[in-house]
Design a protein around this ligand. Structure first.
Ligand code: KIV
Ligand code: ZN
Length: 511
């Protein structure tokens, strides 16, 4: 009989600590819904005390997601625990996740506490949290650089105080796989009451070993694996869920472990997280990168044509990558479009979202001969990342060339009234962005601009992601079109609308 492992997803907490990522409540809920669909056991929805926005997001996820444990992080401080409980208490299965550092370096320089003081604080906080909540996870931050004997002691004591999960983070991604596996085995063998709890691991990727360390821990008795979608997270990120899961599945002969993840949802989850966070997936990324199932060399192509398993150790279908079927054209009706959406797994869209996406599909089908599954996915991702449109794009014009200064005129609509502004810029995109800022009366700082072709061919849909900042906060905007300038304009306006949704209409300067 194979053992079953629990998957703890921290995309919404550690993943959101990725530099430049700032998800709003709706976006977090959208990701949480997808994580529920994927089948994770635990969603760490945020760090409730970090900000009112974080608190609201954790509470919203706790109130809306069923059948999954919802956790909030808290330092080992009473006021953090109070706030964490407030945020998760309405969940079907709430969890408080409290942590304190246990390594000499952290205790000496960061906490300025002795081992005895840390132990006392950890036990007191677990006991305090237990008054609220049955399910308590305790993390020994920087465990992989902590003294083994101290870890054994602190874990034994927090379990006595009521912890139900003990977590062993490799906080700075320092461990080597064999060493980390040994640490987990040591904890299993030296903590007297260890059988009462789940043993969790949480690995960072500073040396590119997060997944290897996670799997080594699992081989040595870890029963809960913490990870994020696309490996997002602090610095170099966390163990990527899709890699951990496909490692377990593809090497079932070796690991003999099962889990509750529906792997066919992996690709969609990765795309959703990438589009909402604005963090692109590198093409050669394992499992979900654009090249993960592409065979370039003739020898490989020949092998795959003769027998797929020559060069494919897992099928694209197993992670939810369907073949690009040409399914719809400009004569297709709403019914066929809706059916295709269902086949692609988009089953929770509202009828308004479907109607709006259908409108976009129709205009795309006018411009593009073949509308593929990838195109439809791109349209839907824009649809789910749409925000209240304080400004709508009516039209834009651009005059540009290698011997003229690029000039753009943009027409926006606000509350039914048109606003027209013109500006110059360093190239057509810059000119259009400047004109849009003028028309909206909102200035933002462009931090990142990314353009990618959704499919091949001259008429391919271009997808633009921009990251802008305003008053210290970042906002991601997305736009798709067969015209890359139009996709850029839509993405920039999407980001401006997001900034207004966050700060309020007060940031709009009268023209
Ligand atoms: O990396 C880490 O140590 C953490 C803990 C708070 C679990 O994220
Ligand atoms: Zn972490």
């Amino acid at each position: 009989m194979s053992k079953i492992i629990k998957i703890f997803d921290t995309t919404l907490r550690d993943g959101e600590q990725t530099p430049g990522v700032n998800l709003n409540i709706q976006e977090k809920l959208e990701i949480a819904r997808q994580l529920e669909k994927v089948g994770v056991d635990v969603i760490e929805a945020g760090f409730a005390i970090a900000s009112p926005g974080d608190f609201e997001a954790v509470r919203t996820v706790a109130r809306n997601i069923k059948g999954v444990t919802i956790a909030s992080l808290s330092r080992a401080v009473e006021k953090d625990i109070d706030r964490a409980w407030e945020a998760v208490k309405d969940a079907e299965r709430p969890r408080i996740h409290t942590f304190i550092a246990t390594s000499d370096i952290h205790m000496k320089y960061k906490l300025k506490m002795t081992e005895e003081e840390v132990l006392e604080r950890a036990v007191a906080c677990v006991r305090y949290a237990k008054k609220y909540c049955e399910d308590i996870e305790f993390s020994a931050e920087d465990a992989s650089r902590s003294r083994d004997e101290f870890l054994y002691r602190i874990f034994e004591e927090v379990i006595k105080a009521g912890a139900t999960v003990i977590n062993i983070p490799d906080t700075v991604g320092y461990a080597a796989p064999a060493e980390f596996g040994k640490l987990i085995r040591g904890i299993r063998e030296n903590v007297a009451n260890i059988n009462k709890v789940d043993i969790s691991v949480h690995c960072h990727n500073d040396l590119g070993l997060a997944v290897a360390n996670t799997l080594a821990a699992m081989e040595n008795g870890a029963t809960q694996l913490e990870c994020t979608i696309n490996g997002l997270g602090e610095r170099a990120g966390n163990a990527a869920m899709e890699e951990v899961i496909m490692g377990i599945n593809t090497r079932k002969d070796f690991y003999n472990i099962t889990h509750k993840i529906d792997t066919t949802q992996i690709y969609r989850t990765s795309k959703l997280v990438s589009s909402l966070t604005g963090v692109n997936v590198q093409p050669n990324k394992a499992i979900v990168g654009a090249n993960a199932f592409a065979h370039e060399s003739g020898i490989h192509q020949h092998g795959v044509m003769a027998e797929k398993t020559t060069y494919e150790i897992m099928t694209p279908e197993s992670v939810g990558l369907t073949q690009n079927k040409m399914i719809l054209g400009k004569l297709s009706g709403r019914h066929a479009f809706e059916e295709r959406l269902k086949e692609l797994g988009y089953t929770t869209l509202t009828s308004a979202e479907i109607q709006s996406a259908f409108g976009k599909f129709k205009s795309l089908a006018d411009k593009k001969k073949e509308v593929t599954d990838r195109d439809i996915e791109a349209l839907i991702e824009v649809e789910v990342s749409e925000v209240a449109e304080f400004f709508e794009l009516e039209s834009f014009q651009i005059n540009s060339g290698n011997k003229v200064i690029a000039t753009s005129t943009v027409n926006l609509i606000r509350n039914g009234e048109g606003i027209t502004e013109a500006a110059t810029g360093d190239g057509p995109v810059d000119a259009a962005f400047n004109a849009m800022e003028r028309a909206a009366g909102v200035s933002v700082e462009l931090e990142a601009y990314n353009l990618r072709a959704v499919t091949e061919g001259k008429d391919a849909l271009g997808e633009v992601t921009v990251r802008v900042s305003k008053n210290g906060k970042t906002f991601v905007g997305r736009g798709v079109s067969t015209d890359v300038i139009e996709a850029s304009v839509k993405a920039y306006l999407n980001a401006i609308n997001r900034a207004i949704a966050d700060f309020g209409e007060g940031i709009i300067k009268a023209g």
